[in-house]
Design a protein around this ligand. Structure first.
Ligand SMILES: *Cc1c(COP(=O)(O)O)cnc(C)c1O
Length: 456
């Protein structure tokens, strides 16, 4: 059957197509940091899929039904019901976004000197671990870091490596194992059900709680349905239920797969941990029945959980990412394969061969793409990796990527054609690009957001 979007457009938002001369001035004024641009200076914004999705008519209707009572609002119970039905957790705490969920939960669970193994922890997750003087230990499979090899589940954890780690570290020093689904850092790559089961078995064997960082759990379930034998006939909801059954606790940035502009939560299986975390939630976020969210936002989130786990929606969503990836790959541009669920990751090290690593290849490529067509991508490389907390040297990650992240239900395939053509134009003149950028000033942690750069 031919394929098309499973929705139509009711409202549109105007985009300004700037001139190159304007963009040259703007990016200079922004100190070559794309986070410093005003959105009106961007034509197609692929900075992030976080909170940038288009809500449906049903979600907007839910906004009008929001209950803004301080305690016990019906919106809280709507969200509780959606989390119970879709994810299977009995207890939850709303938070204003994903990192707030991490802050609350890690306040209970992570202590100085702890070690937290997982698959390429997300930057805020790592930030919240390192802020507590603990260490994130990456146990992702080696294939994740080679853009040229195919593996259907590059987000998988290396079970031997994880077991070796758990065997050689005292239980008291390992507060949890974290599985990020899908795994953002190596390219929005999914984790297989088989791997999740394996991690669960190891965590159980060593008596360590298992946390899912579940921002893109629905996209992960879609990949399991598409790629893992035995799951092709199950519904997304059934796969999600099975996946979540292996987790003790889950943190969620609802700005991703719940298709809302702001929001998050922690979901718990056990009442005891929920009660401990509630103390910090009240301290940092708000009372336990709203925790940093408005009633209307909790309503939209609940509706988003239902819509975000529908197969037709996910097929359109992941299909558009694949469409862009296919265009780029056909031009010969080096991209992480297989394509991820929310973004295409361009291998900047293979793209800009003449720019030295210390001049930030992926950031340089992102600036080039902005100048070429007003397209805003984002660096997932050396700037994002921060400096080593001990030596203060740059940490050169295994992959130096420029991410083109697709907002949910926002852009058309024509926009994707435009982006691909812009990048091809740069690809055709890549040998002329010989120098990158250097740092003028930077923050000690999460520096990529505020770093100031100049041309090297
Ligand atoms: C976005 C994200 C977070 C942090 O969530 P925010 O809502 O941005 O605070 C944590 N983990 C993963 C995997 C994410 O994608």
């Amino acid at each position: 059957m031919p394929f098309a979007e499973s929705y139509k457009i009711k409202m549109v938002e105007h985009l300004y197509r700037s001139m190159k001369s304007e963009r040259e001035q703007w990016i200079k004024d922004a100190r070559y940091n794309l986070f410093n641009l005003r959105s009106g200076q961007v034509f197609i914004d692929l900075l992030t899929d976080s909170g940038t999705g288009a809500m449906s008519d049903l979600q907007w209707s839910e906004m009008m039904l929001g209950d803004e009572s301080y305690a016990g609002a019906s919106s809280y119970f709507k969200m509780k019901e959606a989390i119970r039905l879709i994810l299977g957790f009995e207890y939850f705490l709303p938070t204003h976004q994903g990192r707030a969920a991490e802050n609350v939960l890690f306040s209970v669970m992570v202590r100085q000197g702890d070690m937290v193994p997982g698959n390429a922890h997300f930057d805020t997750t790592k930030g919240h671990i390192e802020f507590r003087k603990a260490t994130a230990v990456d146990c992702t499979i080696a294939e994740a870091y080679d853009t040229s090899v195919y593996h259907p589940f590059k987000g998988n954890i290396d079970l031997e490596k994880l077991e070796e780690f758990l065997r050689t570290h005292p239980r008291e020093q390992v507060p949890m194992v974290i599985v990020t689904i899908t795994c953002n850092t190596p390219g929005g790559q999914p984790v297989s059900m088989e791997n999740i089961k394996g991690v669960h078995a190891l965590a159980k064997k060593y008596g360590i709680p298992l946390l899912f960082d579940g921002a893109r759990f629905a996209e992960n379930a879609y990949f399991i349905k598409k790629r893992e034998p035995g799951y092709e006939h199950l519904t997304i909801r059934d796969i999600v239920k099975e996946m979540m059954g292996y987790a003790d606790v889950m943190t969620m940035s609802s700005k991703k797969d719940a298709i809302v502009n702001m929001g998050g939560f922690i979901a718990f299986r056990e009442e005891e941990l929920f009660k401990k975390a509630s103390v910090y939630n009240i301290l940092f976020e708000g009372y336990i029945t709203y925790g940093g969210m408005s009633g209307r936002d909790m309503n939209a989130l609940a509706q988003g959980l239902y819509e975000g786990t529908e197969f037709d929606y996910l097929e359109t969503r992941v299909g558009q990412v694949e469409y862009l990836g296919r265009l780029l790959a056909d031009y010969g541009i080096p991209v992480q394969q297989p394509f991820g669920g929310h973004a295409i990751f361009v291998d900047a090290r293979k793209f800009l061969l003449h720019v030295p690593p210390e001049q930030f290849q992926a950031q340089t490529l992102a600036v080039e793409l902005y100048l070429e067509g007003g397209v805003r991508g984002v660096e997932i490389g050396t700037l994002l990796a921060d400096r080593d907390p001990v030596t203060r040297e740059n940490r050169y990650p295994k992959l130096e990527l420029m991410r083109l992240t697709l907002p949910r239900r926002v852009y058309t395939d024509n926009h994707m054609n435009y982006v691909a053509t812009c990048l091809k134009n740069i690809w055709d003149r890549r040998d002329e690009i010989k120098s990158g950028l250097r740092i003028i000033s930077e923050a000690p942690i999460l520096r990529h957001f505020t770093v100031e750069l100049e041309r090297a």
